[in-house]
Design a protein around this ligand. Structure first.
Ligand SMILES: [Zn+2]
Length: 445
């Protein structure tokens, strides 16, 4: 259709020209490599890995030191099978070492882009990306959406918690036919307004985190006057089965899930719904058990190597999420590795005395300053422990803004949510696990 042609052949190349990106060529590449054989994918990954290893041993201080200390040469790492010779790193390690230690001295400073994410622990994490890496990221996302049935030029609605702030983003929305809906307030009045907006805009797809879309879906089930059927694409945190079912039922639509993390690891649910295909042209995703042994069939943590970021390489980066992988081939015929389920960050589920289930997301959202302003941004870190007697303790690392009244507020709120006793304990620090993972929920057994 004309609108697809305009977006793909005119708008995208023009936007690349203006921004210095290369999304158009990367997308063309990915649409072809999509049907590569396993051997082709492996050869491509190994070739880029060798380039990357040679680069880091030459110009990234952390790896230069590591190579020296462990008597390693670039030639020792020829394929993915040699990756184990390099250390697994985490956000905590990178933060503690400092950004310079992971930044290439050979990559032009004016060509890298500084990224900063805050996260629920309150400590910002800074790193660099490159235009090429960013382009690969966008292209990998686009390919995932194409596979789900949405194309550039199709209208979509993006539901997000944050309001659109920049003029550039708003302009981009107009050009890409995106209706952006901010969900700061999910009152009934606001939900009706959202439903009306979707109904009149008639988008091909809705993109959203699962949780807000779940609330919208529950509301829509009560309002049969809304009939537009878009497809739903979710990302951001674990899509639980009951949330998927409710969204499907409310919108009479297929739901496709996707997963992305810092330092790459992008995967998209296949249109066959048999699992998620990893964008292997973008990075190498390892799934490791607690001993660091690769898992072929079963659950493990995601450790990822970005094959495109030469400014601040992410190599064997522990994204602190767990997935379930399978060595089964997908019936769609593609050779890309298949993730069966995204288990998410910290796999623990806290089952409260009243039977309600709470996952990490429930707590991280609650502790967001914008979600619970009454906490006055006074909590730097938290951990929830559920004891064997069903009571719970919140360990909190607090700052100068904290008062006892805030502690009581937290205890009262969660006591009501859990239907059981909740204690607050102020601590100096929250211990990090041996694998550098921070646990948000501990279930005592
Ligand atoms: Zn497939």
């Amino acid at each position: 259709m004309l609108r697809h042609f305009i977006q793909e052949q005119l708008v995208l190349p023009l936007s690349d020209m203006l921004t210095g990106q290369s999304v158009h060529s990367k997308l063309r590449f990915l649409m072809k490599s999509c049907y590569w054989s396993r051997e082709q994918l492996d050869a491509f990954q190994n070739e880029r890995l060798r380039l990357l290893v040679e680069h880091i041993f030459r110009s990234v201080p952390f790896y230069q030191d590591y190579a020296r200390e462990h008597n390693l040469q670039a030639s020792d790492i020829q394929t993915k099978a040699d990756l184990y010779k390099l250390p697994v790193v985490s956000k905590e390690i990178m933060r503690a070492e400092g950004i310079e230690r992971f930044t290439s001295t050979a990559f032009p400073a004016n060509k890298r882009i500084l990224m900063s994410s805050s996260g629920s622990t309150g400590q910002p994490f800074k790193h660099y990306i490159t235009r090429e890496d960013y382009s690969m990221d966008i292209a990998a996302n686009l390919r995932g959406w194409y596979d789900m049935g949405w194309r550039l030029g199709d209208k979509y609605v993006k539901i997000s918690q944050n309001p659109r702030s920049s003029f550039l983003k708003r302009l981009q929305d107009i050009v890409t036919r995106n209706m952006y809906i901010a969900t700061a307030d999910l009152s009934d009045r606001h939900l009706i307004e959202i439903m009306r907006q979707i109904e009149s805009y008639r988008p091909v797809a809705i993109r959203s985190y699962p949780d807000p879309l779940y609330i919208i879906a529950q509301f829509r089930l009560q309002h049969p006057e809304f009939v537009w059927q878009p497809m739903a694409i979710t990302t951001g945190n674990t899509l639980h089965d009951h949330i998927r079912r409710t969204i499907e039922e409310a919108f009479h639509c297929p739901v496709y899930d996707s997963y992305a993390s810092e330092g790459n690891a992008v995967c998209f649910e296949c249109h066959t719904h048999e699992g998620y295909h990893i964008a292997e042209e973008y990075g190498i995703t390892e799934v490791l058990d607690e001993e660091g042994i690769p898992v072929v069939n079963g659950q493990g943590r995601v450790v990822t190597t970005d094959l495109w970021n030469f400014a601040h390489p992410f190599i064997r980066y522990d994204v602190q999420d767990r997935v379930e992988v399978t060595d089964k081939r997908c019936s769609c015929g593609r050779a890309h590795k298949l993730v069966k389920r995204i288990l998410g960050r910290d796999n623990e589920v806290l089952i409260a005395p009243n039977g309600k289930r709470f996952i990490v997301h429930h707590f991280t959202v609650y502790f967001e300053p914008t979600v619970t302003p009454a906490l006055q941004d006074s909590i730097d870190q938290f951990q929830v422990i559920r004891h064997t007697d069903q009571s719970a303790t919140f360990l909190l690392v607090v700052n100068g803004r904290y008062t006892d009244a805030i502690g009581r507020l937290i205890a009262d709120y969660w006591q009501e949510q859990f239907g059981g006793k909740v204690d607050i304990r102020i601590v100096d620090r929250i211990p990090i696990m041996h694998n550098n993972k921070r646990r948000f929920i501990i279930i005592e057994k």
